[in-house]
Design a protein around this ligand. Structure first.
Ligand code: ARG
Length: 462
């Protein structure tokens, strides 16, 4: 029996080479449960339009239930001869219901509107899964910030010591970025809650079907598409999803790179838990940050999925083109990668040991309190341009003498500038420098506590 959904006008079957090229069932099979849900909704729409009797609808739904069960327990699967998931499931339905009833379901729909709808449903589910996994990571990071509320570390720009910051402040910066990724997923989900079902191949249907009823049935809160051509041809929802997942990967890679650096002998800021690090096959002493490295590596792959997809979409004329079959593998992969990466990454962050003394010891190193001298001078009425020069002079003297700023004597301060009275020492310590930055978003313990409370409240309502 010919399983093809389009054999009628062809005298010959497809060449094997074409069948091999054309097949997508090996990767679109994961849409099967969504396809069956779509079929149920479509059957109801056909019945409402008077194209299936009550009894036919009843038997159709029973057949779909049975098929769903067979898909779930693996007793029915698509094969390469089926071309794609939609074809395979029609074969399964025909096997169950016979051609007279089974052959009625395809009326008024096309694989073009089907696939556009199912793909949205699949990605919406995974947006929620990934959003939940991001929230788990945020919880782990918030936990790190909470257990180390008072640890100072060197804040860096250009990877050079810049100004001391609280470790909790630094960690929460990553939490903020992840919050935006999670928010993007939620906003994307809302935008994508529109169903293309009923668009047919591109022009809609002459059968009096109600796309809005199907949309409601399938959980599309915002109804059905306003334009059937757009509904079947547009994939910006896929590209946007690919961007959000790539951005999430990039945000993970930024944390990952720091973990890798912090975990080196030279930094010794953190130690990874044995359960979340790996060894070397030759060097017995090695304990490697592989999770962080895989996060860094996979972020490249996620970016590739995005750019490959954009290249596929570029300059495609309306409406459906078979190029669009290339839209699924990249984002399926983006889902798969993030869904294995995030739990491991969360475990790594939740279990790492923070070496607070090491961080605190280095916090004032590298003249990171020079800005505090300049700002202290400003408070004494010195113009900032002058203050900056004077503080820079202090650094120059220290560098030549091989000492830190608080090693300067009263005489050395006075020699650099008469404005530098011994009171300047009050700001030459890390706790003072931190506490002074108490404006909104600043690194003072009080300001960071406010931020932490806000972040926790946000996470609680998500
Ligand atoms: N498998 C196709 C896809 O993923 C859907 C089939 C549409 N095929 C067609 N010849 N109109 O895009």
């Amino acid at each position: 029996q010919d399983v093809r959904l389009w054999g009628g006008r062809f005298a010959d079957g497809p060449a094997e080479a074409l069948a091999k090229l054309s097949a997508s069932v090996h990767f679109d099979w994961r849409l099967a449960p969504y396809d069956i849900a779509g079929s149920r909704a479509h059957a109801r729409a056909l019945a409402t339009a008077g194209l299936l009797t009550g009894d036919e609808l009843h038997r159709m739904l029973a057949g779909l239930d049975d098929l769903e069960q067979a898909v779930a327990d693996g007793s029915f699967t698509g094969t390469i001869a089926d071309e794609d998931v939609h074809t395979a499931l029609e074969r399964g339905l025909l096997e169950r219901l016979g051609p007279d009833l089974g052959g009625k379901l395809r009326a008024g729909r096309s694989r073009n509107d089907q696939v556009a709808t199912l793909f949205r449903m699949y990605l919406r589910d995974h947006a929620r899964i990934i959003g939940g996994l991001i929230a788990d990571l945020q919880d782990a990071l918030v936990g790190l910030a909470e257990t180390h509320p008072d640890v100072a570390m060197p804040g860096r720009t250009h990877l050079q010591h810049a100004q001391p910051v609280l470790f909790a402040h630094h960690v929460l910066a990553h939490v903020q970025a992840l919050s935006r990724d999670a928010e993007r997923l939620r906003q994307w989900d809302e935008r994508t809650a529109v169903s293309p079902y009923g668009s047919g191949a591109l022009a809609g249907s002459s059968l009096g079907l109600d796309p809005r009823a199907v949309a409601a049935d399938l959980g599309f809160e915002r109804g059905s598409v306003a334009n059937s051509i757009d509904g079947t041809a547009s994939r910006d929802f896929v590209a946007e999803f690919a961007f959000i997942t790539a951005m999430t990967g990039v945000d993970l890679s930024r944390i990952a790179e720091e973990v890798i650096i912090w975990n080196t002998k030279e930094f010794s800021f953190v130690t990874l838990h044995d359960a979340f690090s790996t060894g070397s096959s030759i060097m017995p002493q090695k304990k490697n940050p592989d999770i962080a490295e895989l996060a860094r590596g996979k972020s490249g792959r996620l970016i590739g999925n995005l750019t490959g997809l954009m290249a596929t979409l570029k300059a495609l004329p309306l409406a459906y083109n078979r190029d669009l079959q290339e839209d699924k593998e990249p984002v399926f992969d983006s889902c798969d990668q993030l869904e294995v990466l995030l739990p491991a990454f969360t475990g790594m962050m939740a279990t790492l040991t923070v070496h607070r003394d090491r961080m605190a010891e280095l916090a004032p190193a590298g003249f990171s309190l020079a800005t505090d001298i300049a700002e202290w001078l400003v408070k004494q009425g010195v113009p900032f341009r002058v203050a900056h020069e004077v503080a820079g002079e202090c650094v120059k003297v220290c560098e030549a003498a091989g000492i830190e700023l608080d090693g300067l004597t009263d005489e050395q301060f006075a020699a650099i500038s008469p404005h530098l009275t011994p009171e300047v020492r009050t700001v030459l310590n890390v706790p003072g420098a931190l506490a002074a930055r108490d404006g909104r978003g600043g690194t003072a313990p009080a300001a960071v506590a406010v931020q932490l409370a806000e972040v926790k409240a946000d996470l609680a309502v998500q």
